[in-house]
Design a protein around this ligand. Structure first.
Ligand code: FES
Ligand code: FES
Length: 177
């Protein structure tokens, strides 16, 4: 076992880990960050994506012995909460980007990295599509996902839409506080 300190979603965590375990194993098994889904387990599908020191990485094939001490990890849990969703998450709901949702956390992490890289630049749908080619979704189809990212890039996410999507211009009567 080795000791690793990670900054996970802004919080410092010091852990004893097996150097041969993957970062996905540690995030899910030790830190209970279950948004980090393991689909293929072989670096093909992107379901396990997180942002590590500013770069999008697949965690299923990244062994802990290769993760730098002090590295900063952002998972979906660090992007938004049910009460305060990130515009990307609202946009995903609005455009119907998820069905079973298994691929969604990894895709949202890819989109977060993509938007960070392309902020303020004109980006075509084809470029968004290519930028998400490393993520596989077996149910939704990609059009809704690309539309969600495009709407965030153009700064037109449905910010005021009720999270339940019943009402496009603010909380519906079920969700008024
Ligand atoms: S589970 Fe990691 S890339 Fe598929
Ligand atoms: S929504 Fe089911 S795998 Fe993408």
């Amino acid at each position: 076992m080795i000791s690793k300190t990670l900054i996970v979603n802004g919080m410092t965590k010091t852990l004893l880990v097996n150097p041969e375990d993957s970062l996905a194993d540690v995030l899910r098994g030790q830190l209970l960050l279950t948004s980090v889904n393991v689909g293929c387990g072989t670096g093909q599908c992107g379901a396990c994506n997180v942002i590590l020191d500013g770069k999008l990485v697949r965690t299923c094939t990244l062994k802990m012995k290769r993760v730098e001490d002090g590295a900063a990890v952002t998972t979906l849990e660090g992007i938004g909460t049910p009460e305060h969703m990130h515009p990307l998450q609202l946009s995903w709901m609005f455009h119907g980007g998820a069905q079973c949702g298994f691929c969604t956390p990894g895709l949202v992490m890819s989109s977060t990295a993509f938007i960070e890289k392309h902020k303020g630049q004109p980006v075509t749908r084809e470029e968004i599509r290519r930028g998400h080619a490393g993520n596989l979704c077996r149910c939704t189809g990609y059009d809704a996902i690309i539309a969600a990212v495009e709407s965030c890039l153009n700064d037109t996410p449905p910010q005021n839409t009720c999270a339940c999507l019943r009402k496009p211009d603010g909380p519906c009567h079920h969700h008024q506080s």
